[in-house]
Design a protein around this ligand. Structure first.
Ligand SMILES: [Zn+2]
Length: 485
């Protein structure tokens, strides 16, 4: 190596050291250090500086709370000044996981506006991370119909108190539609929040459900778990009064006496993908049930609760069901009583409507689609009408005997023959249930609504965002569709 080349190399090394030093200093000054475990971050840099920086004027003092990642993860939009380390720290997940899930090639190249999926992961413990400098721009939110303060607060990961004081609100129940709220920073100061996490908080049905449904109310023989600021919290007295009534009705109808401890989980938001279309789910072996406690109407909420309760009671008394159709049909048949609290159409009237439009699903078909009520109401109700027929002609005992049998067999007839008989029965009954007018209109209305829901669910699954105003509008249409109008 000649002298010129050697000089060039020395200069290059010196420049590199200076550059590294500048980067180190910049990172430290910005206060985004602290993820000691992260191997991809240069180790000497991390060990050179303390994780807690002394307070500096014009900076927010470091009290950043860990933002919990809901079941199934969330989406985060990168802001200017963000680093992967900082993002990983804020959500308490391993940076490598974020890199892997988002297929990031260069960890230093994350651009403002980039959408990152933050995966759900066991929460890691870190040293407290310094908060970021506010960007000075006020973040606002426009209040929608049925919004609650806690709903908005949880959406932006701020406390209700902070939200109230930032907006001078004294009565949390006096929100106006269209009212513009300033979203304070997560530490409760009135400084505008620098971070927008506009991700829909999906509800969980597995994993750490105690965390996902933090509020618990104990009833006689059951516990209700629900979310802060939710409709369930608002109606908790109604729920605790309703569950024993529903259980008594279920026990009587099934001729059983189920009294075991139950855990009822009431969700305020759609279930996390891929279950966003489900109105509820029974985890019968563990005696727990999850119910979408939504804006589809009080009678519908009661119906769904009683429906899932029926699954749990039947499973634990009649045995594990052998046929999804019979199991759903029984739950529809038993719970329908509560649907009628709000002068909804009866299940039989709905079946008649589908039958007159030649659109009643065949319950004997092995491919009968049962993908949640809103997605397949016709199939659920067809199964309910079928069980109605079985109970009226052969008694509940016949249903009970067949509940865990692989093939339905009553009075020497198989499911195909019984289904055929039940359709004839329904057609004859039609004349006596012609009020309200059972036209194809209801079928058309339901098909349109189902498509609208499907679009919303698939968008929610893909983007992890939900147009809440649109969802409420669909729920309102659902309510109208079922009502005798
Ligand atoms: Zn069901």
């Amino acid at each position: 190596m000649n002298r010129d080349k050697r000089f060039f190399v020395i200069c290059l090394i010196a420049a590199t050291i200076i550059l590294l030093g500048a980067v180190v200093l910049r990172v430290a000054m910005d206060g985004r250090l602290g993820m000691l475990e992260d191997k991809t971050f240069s180790v000497p840099v991390v060990t050179l500086f303390p994780t807690s920086l002394p307070n500096q004027p014009n900076r927010i003092t470091p009290t950043v709370t860990l933002v919990p990642v809901p079941e199934g993860g969330l989406e985060y939009i990168v802001e200017s000044g963000d680093t992967l380390t900082g993002i990983a720290l804020r959500f308490g997940v391993n940076m490598q996981e974020i890199v892997r899930v988002n297929q990031i090639a260069n960890i230093e190249m994350i651009d403002k506006g980039m959408r990152l999926v933050i995966p759900r992961q066991a929460v890691l413990t870190f040293a407290p991370t310094p908060s970021r400098t506010p960007n000075g721009r006020a973040l606002t939110y426009t209040v929608l119909e049925n919004d609650t303060l806690s709903d908005i607060a949880s959406q932006y990961h701020v406390s209700v108190d902070a939200l109230m004081s930032a907006n001078g609100i004294t009565d949390p129940n006096m929100l106006q539609i269209g009212q513009i709220l300033v979203i304070p920073s997560a530490d409760g100061s009135n400084v505008p929040a620098p971070t927008v996490i506009a991700t829909y908080p999906f509800s969980a049905m597995e994993g750490n459900v105690a965390l996902a449904y933090p509020l618990v109310t104990q009833g006689a023989g059951f516990r209700v778990h629900y979310q802060r600021g939710s409709l369930a919290e608002h109606e908790i007295n109604d729920v605790t009064q309703f569950v024993p009534i529903a259980l008594a009705h279920i026990n009587t109808t099934l001729s059983v006496s189920f009294t075991q401890m139950l855990d009822v989980y009431l969700a305020d938001t759609l279930f996390a993908p891929p279950d966003q279309a489900l109105g509820g789910k029974a985890d019968s072996a563990n005696k727990r049930l999850f119910v979408q406690y939504s804006s589809q109407g009080r009678a519908w909420r009661h119906y769904l609760l009683a429906h899932e309760l029926t699954h749990v009671v039947a499973w634990n008394t009649y045995g594990a069901p052998a046929s999804a159709m019979l199991s759903e049909g029984l739950a529809v048949y038993v719970a329908e009583r509560f649907l009628l609290e709000e002068s909804n159409m009866t299940v039989l009237q709905m079946c008649r409507a589908w039958q007159s439009a030649d659109a009643l699903p065949d319950v004997a078909s092995p491919s009968l689609a049962l993908h949640g009520h809103a997605a397949s109401l016709d199939a659920y109700f067809a199964a309910g009408c079928f069980v109605d027929y079985l109970v009226n002609h052969f008694g509940m005992d016949a249903v009970k005997k067949n509940y865990s049998q692989p093939a339905l067999q009553i009075s020497g007839k198989n499911v195909v023959e019984l289904a055929r008989q039940s359709r004839i029965d329904l057609a004859q009954m039609g004349k006596s249930i012609t009020e309200p007018p059972l036209t194809v209109a209801i079928v058309v209305a339901y098909n349109k609504l189902r498509n609208d829901y499907k679009t919303l669910w698939s968008e929610a699954g893909a983007s992890r965002q939900v147009d809440k105003a649109k969802l409420r509008e669909l729920d309102k249409n659902w309510l109208t569709m079922l009502l005798k109008k």
